[in-house]
Design a protein. Structure first.
Length: 69
């Protein structure tokens, strides 16, 4: 398939600590989310991303901390 990488979305996570900035960008294959009308947030039910072990681990930790993307 030509230009298959253009069909993927991107997921970006940035977190700034005292002296460090964590910036992770992954390609996202699929995402199923539900919009919550009362507070303007969305709840993610399925997230399929492509990346290496460190990036996936960082995103899993951010999801466990309920961080924003």
């Amino acid at each position: 398939m030509k230009n298959a990488h253009l069909r993927l979305g991107s997921l970006q996570f940035t977190k700034t600590l005292r002296d460090t900035t964590i910036d992770i960008t992954l390609y996202m294959d699929r995402m199923i989310a539900e919009h919550e009308a009362d507070n303007g947030r969305a709840r993610c039910h399925l997230l399929s991303v492509i990346g290496n072990d460190q990036e996936i681990g960082a995103i899993a930790a951010a999801i466990a901390d309920e961080a924003r993307f």
